[in-house]
Design a binder for this molecule. Structure first.
Ligand SMILES: NC(=O)c1ccc[n+]([C@@H]2O[C@H](COP(=O)([O-])OP(=O)(O)OC[C@H]3O[C@@H](n4cnc5c(N)ncnc54)[C@H](O)[C@@H]3O)[C@@H](O)[C@H]2O)c1
Length: 312
C-alpha cells in the first residue's frame, strides 16, 4: 500500500478512509491516530475495509454502452468495482446488438437491463417505472450518449440542416435535462449525476461542428441543473474527455488526426483511456467529491491547458 509520513508515522494515503462514526475525515483521522496510538489497530483495519470511493449500496444507472470501446463501459466497470449495483440501458438497434451488449455487461451483474432510445418518450417512461418498481431509488445517473448525422460532422458548419441541428441537440443535450426531470423524485440527498462533454463545446475543433453546439448546450444545462438540484443535495457534473476512438467518435471527420495531435501536444503526450474516464467518474459520483457540483472536469491528459502546438 502507498503510504506517507505524518509526524514520523506512516499513514495510508487519502484514498482509504475509516468508517468509524468517531471520525469523519482522513485528515482528522491522521491526527487522532497519532494522538491515540491505542486506536491504531482499529483504525488501520477500518482503513483497510472501506475505500474513500465507496459505492456499495448505491444504485447506478449507466446509459450509452454500445460496445467494449464505449466510455460508458469504462465508467460501468469503475462503478461496479467500487461496489455499485448497476442498471444498464442500451439503444435498441436490433436483437444482435442487444445480445452483444448483454453478453458484454453480464460480468458486471446489472440488476436492470433496459432498452432506451432517448428520442422515444415511452422508452423513458418505461425506464423510470422500471427503476421505481425494482429499485425505488436512484443514487447515480450516468448520461453518456450523443448523436449527430455524419454529414453534420464534416465540412462547413453553415451547411448544418435544421433537422440535423434539432436531432443533435435533442439526443445529446436535451436528453440529460429530460432524464434528470423524470428521475429526480427518485434521488435522495447525496445522489450524483454525470454527463460527458468535449473541448469542442468551448473551442473550435475541426469537423466537430454541430456537436460542439450540442456540447455547449449540455455544459450550460449541467450548470442550470446543478443550481436547481443542489438544494436537494443532488450534484450534477460533466467530464470533458480527451479524444478516444469509439463508435461515436469514428463518425467525426478526421478523429484520428485529432488523436495524433493530442498525443503529440498534450502534457502527458498521449490521450486518455475509457478506464481513466471511468475512474474520475467514480470519484465524481461518490461522496469523495461531495463539494463539487456544476463543474466540467477535464480528463484529457492535460491537453486543454495548451495554448499552442508544441514544436517537434
Ligand atoms: N470518444 C470521444 O473521443 C469522446 C470525447 C469526449 C466526450 N465524448 C462523449 O462521450 C459520450 C459517449 O460516447 P462514446 O465516445 O463512448 O461513443 P459510443 O458510440 O460508445 O457511445 C455513444 C452512445 O450513445 C448512444 N445513443 C445514441 N443515440 C441514442 C439515443 N437516441 N438514445 C439512447 N442512446 C443513444 C449509442 O447507442 C451509444 O451507446 C458521448 O456523449 C460523447 O460525445 C466522447
Amino acid at each position: 500500500m502507498l503510504s506517507f509520513v505524518v509526524l514520523g508515522h506512516s499513514y495510508p494515503r487519502f484514498l482509504k478512509r475509516n468508517h468509524s462514526s468517531t471520525f469523519t475525515s482522513p485528515w482528522l483521522n491522521a491526527s487522532q491516530w497519532v494522538r491515540k496510538s491505542s486506536t491504531r489497530m482499529t483504525l488501520e483495519s477500518a482503513l483497510e475495509t472501506k475505500p474513500l470511493i465507496d459505492l456499495r449500496n448505491k444504485k447506478a444507472l449507466v446509459t450509452g454502452i454500445a460496445n467494449n470501446k464505449s466510455i460508458a463501459y469504462g465508467i460501468a466497470q469503475a462503478l461496479r468495482e467500487a461496489g455499485a449495483e448497476l442498471g444498464i440501458t442500451y439503444l435498441p438497434v436490433n436483437e444482435r446488438v442487444q445480445d452483444k451488449i448483454k453478453q458484454l455487461t453480464e460480468p458486471l451483474e446489472p440488476s436492470l437491463f433496459i432498452p432506451c432510445d432517448v428520442q422515444k418518450p415511452n422508452d423513458l417512461d418505461h425506464l423510470v417505472s422500471q427503476i421505481q418498481s425494482n429499485w425505488s431509488q436512484l443514487d447515480i445517473l450516468v448520461h453518456c450518449l450523443a448523436f449527430a448525422n455524419k454529414e453534420d460532422l464534416v465540412g462547413e458548419f453553415s451547411k448544418t440542416s435544421k433537422s440535423g441541428f434539432e436531432l443533435a441537440l435533442n439526443v445529446s443535450a436535451y436528453s440529460l435535462i429530460e432524464l434528470c426531470g423524470k428521475t429526480k423524485h427518485l434521488m435522495k440527498p447525496g445522489s450524483s449525476i454525470l454527463t460527458m462533454t468535449y473541448l469542442g463545446a468551448e473551442k473550435v475543433v475541426p469537423n466537430y461542428n454541430v456537436m460542439g453546439v450540442a456540447k455547449a448546450a449540455l455544459e450550460a444545462s449541467v450548470r442550470y441543473l446543478a443550481s436547481e438540484m443542489g438544494p436537494d443535495g443532488i450534484r450534477v457534473n460533466a467530464i470533458s474527455a480527451g479524444p478516444i476512438r469509439t463508435l461515436a467518435s469514428s463518425a467525426i471527420g478526421g478523429i484520428m488526426d485529432m488523436i495524433n495531435h493530442v498525443e503529440k501536444n498534450a502534457p502527458l503526450r498521449r490521450t486518455v483511456t475509457q478506464r481513466e474516464v471511468g475512474n474520475t467518474a467514480a470519484f465524481l459520483l461518490s461522496h469523495a467529491s461531495s463539494g463539487i457540483t456544476g463543474q466540467v472536469i477535464y480528463v484529457d491528459a492535460g491537453y486543454q491547458i495548451m495554448g499552442a502546438a508544441m514544436n517537434h
